[in-house]
Ligand binder design. Sequence first.
Ligand SMILES: Nc1ncnc2c1ncn2[C@@H]1O[C@H](COP(=O)(O)OP(=O)(O)O)[C@@H](O)[C@H]1O
Ligand SMILES: [Mg+2]
Length: 227
Amino acid sequence: MTSPAVTDDTIAIQVRDLSFRWYKGDTVLDACSLEVPKGEFWMLLGTNGSGKSTLLRLLAGLLQPQSGYIKPLPKFGFVFQNPDHQLVMPTVGADVAFGLAEENLTSVQIRQRVQEALDAVNLLPLIRRPIYALSGGQKQRVAIAGAIARHCEVLLFDEPTALLDPDSQLELVSQVQRLVKDRGLTALWVTHRLDELEYCDGAFLLAGGKVVDRGDPQRLRQRLMGG
Ligand SMILES: Nc1ncnc2c1ncn2[C@@H]1O[C@H](COP(=O)(O)OP(=O)(O)O)[C@@H](O)[C@H]1O
Ligand SMILES: [Mg+2]
């Protein structure tokens, strides 16, 4: 097990030599290391079962590794594949406000945060819309607005476009690209859709429990397309 010699403030997400296995299960991560620079949008690719979701859950502190180092994340938001599993309130505005319940804000501040966050994802006109009347892509944008309202610095996405049609898919990924740039956020986005690679700053390929390739998304795209 190693840990970084110095704290590097330019790195928002960092794991070093991370190892994880399920109880009585196979090893999922085996001395896995990766770093995402602050203010960048990186993607994580790998075949089904390669450990992408496990890695995100470790980062989020939902699982504990057997060994290795995880740099504590700043305030973060987690967006899952199925938005129906994370939107809990009946309307758009109420759902974004719900995440602020523990922030000790006045009702005026809550309203401002909710409006600003919904504006950032172009959903302000739908603030009173019932959640059930949204498209899948709009639901994902409500989940992102929840993280923006809480002033999260890091966004973790676990295949957020898997249930979306191609138009909503590209709308979501390009919106996240813009949010990351405009707000100086850092995002790690798990996907298996290679056409999304053109929106990110860099990508990791996870295989055999390790990051086996990293860097330029176009090069990874070529590699994975067999080019
Ligand atoms: N709750 C669990 N208990 C035991 N094994 C699990 C559990 N969740 C996932 N796994 C196993 O861990 C491995 C990695 O899974 P996962 O991280 O979900 O992969 P990916 O997201 O890349 O498809 C797989 O072999 C999977 O079967
Ligand atoms: Mg997964």
